[in-house]
Design a protein around this ligand. Structure first.
Ligand code: NAD
Ligand code: DAU
Length: 339
């Protein structure tokens, strides 16, 4: 079998490549990434030693490059992780989100259709449902909810989901969509909550908490997400959406306090800053469908996952020090200075 994994040098894409090489050792995994600020080819160094892995630097919005790639390999499966992914960046510059997440997905869908892939899996997000009230703890995101995206990021992801599903209905393309909650684990780019707080704490820098820190996210260890995608890819039903999450809702402030405690750093580093525009209050996935239909359940408890994530960042200082000393510095200054 031949798999195309887009966004392979990003956080989840990298973890997925390693997952697939281990779980499907006789299949060919082709990873592509345009190596944007969030993609890091060093993540895939070990994978590149495996003869069942091929990496190509390529952009999913580049029609000619994608056409040549599909022609060269004749993929059985396409898994589309490639995206612009940071909500804060989408508030500053929505255009690249529409181009990458919508146009890029459409180009891949057309080629999947023309070349007759067995399954196109679109990596969606729970953010397409909008948010839930903080106090309504009996309410959860289910697959049948209408889409109600809040940010340009989530609106572009919602458009991509709908496009993918439309290719199933209109053209009969075998499509599945997963909508996962917040991931954490190794290789996550430092702009996201957990690595940002971890790295700032290690450097004794302030921890910029948006608003009052009471917003809720539903955290899932990245390997559990990879296993869910693998399961849907091979056993999911065409034209279906599967929510992925593990009932692990936490207030942002509580996550930050756990990180500080693990690192032995003082809570005085916490600084409350101006809230994110349109900030979603609470995400909470109902994973009943994927559990009942496909038997998937998360395997990693948050208490264990956060410890191994912190350990990974402590053991891989070179990885993140190189990132935070580069163009990221200017991003951080613009995003957080005088906030
Ligand atoms: P990431 O930003 O770490 O990775 C995205 C990757 O896509 C990067 O390597 C980037 O270089 C690449 N990319 C961007 N534009 C591209 C283009 N035009 N052509 C080729 N590659 C391109 O993000 P992530 O957290 O790994 O997210 C991966 C996918 O999972 C995204 O589709 C995201 O919406 C989805 N998702 C993420 C989470 C989460 O919590 N991180 C949760 C649910 C869904
Ligand atoms: O729910 C899935 C989504 O999770 C994915 O689709 C997105 O790609 C991914 O980035 C993530 O989106 P969030 O906006 O939830 O993640 P982020 O890490 O940016 O923020 C998590 C929470 O922490 C959110 O409530 C905002 C808050 N926050 C974040 C940053 C970066 C802070 O308080 N301070 C910060 O500096």
């Amino acid at each position: 079998m031949k798999y195309l994994v887009t966004g392979a040098a990003g956080f989840i894409g990298t973890n997925f490549v390693y997952h697939m090489l281990e779980k499907h050792p006789s299949d060919l995994i082709v990873g592509i990434d345009n190596l944007s600020y969030a993609g890091n080819i060093k993540n895939l160094k070990k994978a590149q030693e495996n003869s069942n892995f091929v990496f190509r630097q390529a952009d999913i919005t580049d029609q000619d490059a994608m056409t040549a790639l599909f022609k060269e390999f004749g993929f059985d499966y396409v898994i589309n992780f490639a995206a612009q992914t940071h909500v804060d960046r989408s508030i500053v510059d929505p255009g690249i989100f529409v181009k990458t997440n919508v146009l890029g997905t459409q180009i891949l869908l057309d080629l999947a259709r023309e070349t007759g892939v067995k399954r196109f899996h679109q990596i969606g997000t729970d953010e397409v449902y909008g948010d839930l009230p903080l106090e309504a703890t009996d309410q959860f995101f289910v697959e049948t909810l209408p889409l109600k995206a809040s940010s340009p990021y989530s609106a572009s992801k919602a458009a991509a989901d709908l496009l993918a599903l439309s290719y199933n209905r209109t053209f009969g393309l075998p499509v599945t969509v997963s909508r996962c909650s917040n991931n954490y684990g190794p290789y996550q780019f430092p702009e996201k909550l957990i690595p940002l707080m971890l790295i700032n704490a290690l450097n004794d820098k302030n921890l910029p908490v948006y608003g009052d820190g009471m917003n809720v996210r539903d955290w899932l260890y990245v390997e559990d997400h990879c296993e869910a995608v693998d399961t849907i890819l091979h056993n999911g039903r065409d034209g279906e959406v599967y929510n992925v999450g593990g009932h692990n809702e936490m207030h942002n402030i509580d996550i930050i306090k756990i990180i500080l405690k693990e690192l032995g750093k003082p809570e005085s580093l916490i600084t409350f800053v101006t809230d994110r525009k349109g900030h979603d209050l609470r995400y909470a996935i109902d994973p009943t469908k994927i559990h009942n239909e496909l038997g998937w359940l998360p395997q990693t408890k948050f208490a264990d996952g956060i410890k191994s994530t912190i350990r990974w960042y402590l053991d891989n200082k070179d990885w993140w020090e190189e990132i935070v000393s580069g163009e990221y510095r200017e991003y951080y200054r613009k995003m957080y200075e005088n906030r």
